[in-house]
Ligand binder design. Structure first.
Ligand code: PGA
Length: 242
């Protein structure tokens, strides 16, 4: 299966550094075993888009607003992202949910991203407290249900399981737990008659990436910190071709 390596550069990298790293991605280009996408900060989108142009590497965005136009100071419309050539838009990233983003907002964003011709990458995942309370399946199922309710059955969709406690912490989720959660997510999608790739994300690095890629339901990786470092990127991409 061709797996997706999705780089989320968060609020790291100057625009010039993002452009330089985009050239590294473009030089590697997609292969028979790996599809590539990179989501820089908004200010670097145009520059990174130019660097990726013609390489087959997809341009991603880290978020989008849930309206396409209006008096919304500081927001970025999905339509504006589409005009820059963005293909994948992350919605519901845990760092945004932690700042108050609700399932309803995430669902609206996902729907508008699809309406504007792009593919939402829907992040779902439980907090440490929710996990410890034995609620991880229920939490993730509710996040999924809310977003799926806003999307037509044939809408393009990527889902990323990212337990919140594993993001940016250096505490990765055990592959056996990822397998359980991915199987649950696949079950929800299948029951709803939907097809979507399911990624894993959360403290992925060159040392642990292979353990996730080996899992049957893991269709790729959403990588934050390690995706901003050239050597780590190249090491992880090598694992995709094995
Ligand atoms: P991390 O971030 O790899 O730095 O944990 C993952 C993500 O935010 O998608």
């Amino acid at each position: 299966m061709r797996k997706l390596f999705f780089a989320n550069w968060k609020m790291y990298l100057s625009d010039a550094d993002a452009e330089a790293l985009a050239h590294v991605f473009a030089d590697r280009a997609p292969t028979a075993s790996a599809e590539l996408a990179a989501a820089p900060g908004f200010t670097a989108l145009e520059r990174v888009g130019r660097a990726l142009d013609g390489s087959g590497v997809a341009l991603g965005a880290q978020d989008a607003f849930w309206k396409d136009e209006g008096a919304f100071t500081g927001e970025v419309a999905p339509k504006q992202l589409a005009a820059l050539g963005v293909r994948y838009v992350i919605v519901g990233h845990s760092e945004r949910r932690a700042m108050g983003e609700t399932d309803d907002t995430v669902a609206r964003k996902a729907a508008l991203v699809v309406a504007d011709g792009m593919t939402p990458t829907l992040c779902v995942g439980e907090t440490k407290d929710e996990r410890d309370a034995g609620r991880r399946e229920a939490v993730v199922r509710a996040q999924l249900d809310a977003a799926l309710a806003a999307l037509a059955p044939d809408a393009p969709l990527v889902v990323a399981y990212e337990p919140r406690w594993a993001i940016g912490t250096g505490v990765p989720c055990r592959p056996e737990d990822v397998a359980v959660m991915h199987a649950m997510i696949r079950g929800v999608l299948e029951a709803a008659g939907r097809k979507a790739r399911i990624l894993y994300g959360g403290s992925v690095d060159p040392k642990n990436a292979a353990s996730y890629l080996a899992l049957e339901d893991v269709a790729g990786l959403l990588v934050g910190g390690a995706s901003t470092r050239k050597d780590d990127v190249l090491a992880m991409l090598d694992l995709f071709s094995e």
